[in-house]
Design a protein around this ligand. Structure first.
Ligand SMILES: *Cc1c(COP(=O)(O)O)cnc(C)c1O
Length: 392
């Protein structure tokens, strides 16, 4: 079936259990889907935009209230919605980083952090991870010292991933932020894998910025996300324009430079808003999500030779698993090679494991029901048994 032309209807979420690492937290709620259809037209949220003509002041639909609610929810002072977490990094880096400045991130940092630093003319410097794939406060202090020696200046910004995309490990953000603050370095929390799926309290984490991804973790259409700041930093990152036309003398009021005036003007902001009540509620059920993730990991670990590379017991729903000494042994002799796994999973109604991968791979159990979790866990065990692997 086609939506239009050669564009096929996408029915992955209707027909399968999807454990794709990046898609789990972004699945829309029914409310977001309905609202997306109603607000699909271009500048659809602008019907009632009044002076000073800025997205976050619009009261109908209640976009202004949504901004206030988001800030309170994250315990930060100001929030703006942006087209993806990356645009949040970009706004902050472009404000704080001057050409040649060193900027600290980590050896588990997402590539979009590097891009934001590069675009601002900065030079990225990584805090090494330890043998447990953690970023420690000590390693942070050492790196800051080394960077100050190398560049003869203090980095203007530090990025820390709340939960890294490689292992799904939860990092000790508050302790790291405290180290950075001893050097007066503002801290940006990358909450792409936390904001919207688990509780996030910017004040308790003692960070200066919180960045979230709507389409990764807030059940929202792409591209969407948010950048939140403390009052102190909001003034800088959300500064208003001082531009003036030399011929016309025009000025542009309260438009914010880093936001290019307005950001999400239709289906994206409306989708975030429509999902927000559900999102706010679901983060309270994080413990259950983590337990579900553990159930699937336990099933995989019951297959002899399997190792979990993420923290164990699990503290997140994104997990990196090593099946080189279990499922990959099957791949070596199977006529479909590594593709047997994704095929056998699909036969059982499960998708999201990269076709062909049986060595080191990731999956995300976020949002599955009890029954679906049981089915995923049992399916891995069944597949292993079918090929004669030992299951304990
Ligand atoms: C997905 C991801 C991003 C990018 O998020 P967008 O909203 O797509 O820009 C950034 N950081 C991490 C850790 C991610 O997993």
């Amino acid at each position: 079936m086609k939506c239009a032309l050669d564009i096929e209807v996408r029915e992955v979420e209707e027909l399968y259990i999807n454990i794709d690492p990046i898609q789990a937290g972004g699945r829309l709620t029914p409310a977001a889907m309905k609202s997306a259809i109603a607000y699909g037209d271009g500048y659809s949220v602008c019907d009632h935009c009044l002076s000073p003509f800025r997205l976050d002041y619009i009261r109908n639909p209640p976009i202004a209230q949504f901004h206030a609610d988001l800030a309170a929810w994250l315990r930060m002072d100001e929030v703006r919605v942006v087209p993806g977490a990356r645009r949040g990094f970009q706004a902050v880096a472009s404000t704080y980083v001057e050409k040649g400045d060193p900027v600290i991130l980590t050896s588990l940092a997402h590539y979009t952090e590097f891009m934001a630093i590069e675009e601002a003319g900065g030079v990225a410097r990584e805090i090494p991870k330890d043998e447990n794939n953690h970023i420690t406060p000590d390693a942070t202090a050492e790196k800051i010292e080394a960077v100050i020696r190398e560049f003869k200046r203090t980095p203007p910004l530090l990025f820390i991933d709340h939960v890294d995309y490689q292992y799904g490990n939860v990092h000790d953000v508050r302790a790291i932020a405290r180290v950075a603050h001893q050097y007066d370095i503002p801290v940006l929390l990358n909450g792409a894998y936390s904001v919207g799926i688990m509780p996030v309290d910017g004040k308790a984490l003692e960070v200066d910025f919180v960045v979230g991804s709507g389409h990764k973790s807030m059940a929202s259409p792409a591209p969407s996300g948010l950048v939140a700041a403390t009052a102190e930093h909001a003034e800088r990152v959300f500064r208003t324009t001082t531009a003036k036309g030399d011929v016309t003398g025009r000025t542009f009021g309260l438009k914010e430079v880093e936001m290019m005036g307005c950001t999400l003007m239709g289906v994206t902001v409306i989708g975030m808003m429509a999902s927000f009540p559900h999102v706010r509620e679901r983060v309270q059920r994080w413990d259950r999500e983590v337990a579900h993730s553990q159930t699937v990991v336990d099933a995989l670990l019951s297959i002899e030779g399997t190792r979990v590379l993420s923290d164990h017991p699990r503290q997140h729903t994104l997990t990196r698993i090593d099946t080189r000494n279990s499922l990959d042994k099957v791949a070596r002799t199977h006529k479909k090679r590594g593709y047997f796994l994704s095929r056998d999973l699909k036969t059982r109604g499960i998708v999201g494991v990269i076709p062909g991968s049986t060595k080191v791979w990731k999956f995300n159990t976020y949002g599955l029901t009890e029954k679906q979790i049981r089915h995923v866990a049992d399916s891995f065990v069944e597949i292993a048994r079918e090929y004669g692997l030992n299951v304990s």
